[in-house]
Design a protein around this ligand. Structure first.
Ligand code: UT7
Length: 330
């Protein structure tokens, strides 16, 4: 029988060693541990140094996920890297392929900001469900510290760096039970890391836009409102597609943006607090890495067990948002 179902067989994660807690951050911008903790739940974040790279932490996370899945890099058919902060704008997935020695795998980047992991999960599943590929590595990794405005206390306190990875494999039964993905580019201005061009004359009459990317800007209040309204809707839709009622969810695994968002979404869905996975006290918002980083932590701490139903949801720039309901384990 052809295996056209999807199962997640391994997870891994990696974060830079350098940690910066709220107290230390208050030496740089006018803020306080009390403000950051009470408004966001964040206590510390990890930050990549100049000698660290996205490909290195992504490869470290990937190596763990591949080991847990019990396969070798040479067996991978596809590597997807969800990121907004590649080492190379042409893409960083191929560097991960090279570092892993995944000689057979095709590799490319996918950008959907903080929704990148959920979008990547669904993308990976399509290749498996159509019978094209059997073994897919999905990495969510970001080094947002490269693009944060470290003078802006409204944003710099929120973000951290990290990587998380999963291996998806073809299986007789399908454990991706339902999903829903959404985009709304009309709200793009709420959260940006945009390119700013200055006109540069090449020759008389021919000008191009030559510039660079600008630091992150965000309308926190609008993004907060958007998340609290849209995330429960999209999880409801994914659960409907999975033909599951909300009481069947063992774990709510949201993009780790703000503890208040996690609490509000859980409350709207009537999911009790003990089912909400949270690691943002230690890592802050790691963008595309946040869901797989939290997933891997919960798996390795023995919180998530084989057979558990997980409702995952990412949301962020684009705007993009989406949910995937899946069952952990073979
Ligand atoms: O991954 C992408 C998804 N991003 C998100 O999900 C972010 C969603 N938004 C949020 O999490 C929240 O809106 C924030 C945590 C960003 C901000 O929390 P808030 O409760 O909405 O605060 P606020 O922006 O309304 O600011 C309240 C006050 C302001 O002072 P005034 O104008 O009331 O005097 C800010 O200037 O807090 C001030 N403030 C700060 N004070 C100390 C803003 N940032 C800081 C800070 N330290 N770091």
């Amino acid at each position: 029988m052809q295996k056209l179902g999807v199962v997640i067989t391994g997870s891994g994660s990696a974060t830079p060693a350098t940690a910066l807690d709220n107290q230390e951050l208050s030496q740089r911008v006018e803020t306080s541990d009390e403000w950051i903790r009470s408004r966001t739940g964040i206590r510390a974040r990890r930050l990549a140094t100049a000698s660290e790279s996205l490909s290195a932490i992504a490869t470290q996370a990937a190596t763990e996920a591949i080991a847990m899945a019990g396969i070798t890099p040479a067996e991978l058919d596809l590597i997807l890297l969800a990121t907004s902060t590649p080492d190379d704008l042409f893409g960083t997935a191929c560097q991960i392929q090279a570092q892993l020695g995944a000689t057979k795998a095709v590799a490319f980047d996918l950008t959907a900001a903080c929704s990148g992991f959920v979008f990547g999960l669904v993308t990976a599943a399509q290749y498996i469900r159509t019978g094209v590929y059997q073994n897919v590595l999905l990495v969510g990794a970001d080094i947002l510290s490269r693009w944060v405005d470290w003078e802006d206390r409204r944003t710099c306190v929120l973000f951290g760096d990290g990587a998380g990875a999963v291996v998806l494999q073809a299986n007789e039964s399908d454990r991706l039970l339902g999903f829903e993905l959404k985009s709304d580019g009309t709200e793009n201005r709420c959260l940006n890391l945009s390119y700013k061009a200055q006109s540069k004359q090449l020759i008389q009459g021919v000008n191009i836009g030559h510039g660079t990317y600008q630091p992150i800007t965000m309308n926190g209040k609008e993004v907060y409102r958007f998340a609290v309204q849209r995330v429960p809707e999209v999880i409801d839709k994914a659960l409907f597609r999975a033909n599951l009622s909300v009481d069947k969810v063992d774990w709510l695994l949201l993009h780790q943006a703000n503890q208040r968002i996690l609490d509000a979404v859980a409350e709207r869905l009537k999911i009790p607090p003990h089912k909400v996975i949270s690691n943002l006290a230690h890592y802050g918002n790691t963008s595309a890495a946040s869901i797989p980083l939290a997933l891997d932590g919960a798996v390795r701490q023995g919180q998530i067990q084989s057979g558990d139903i997980i409702a995952a949801s990412g949301f962020g720039a684009g705007l993009t948002w989406g949910a995937a309901v899946f069952q952990w384990g073979r």
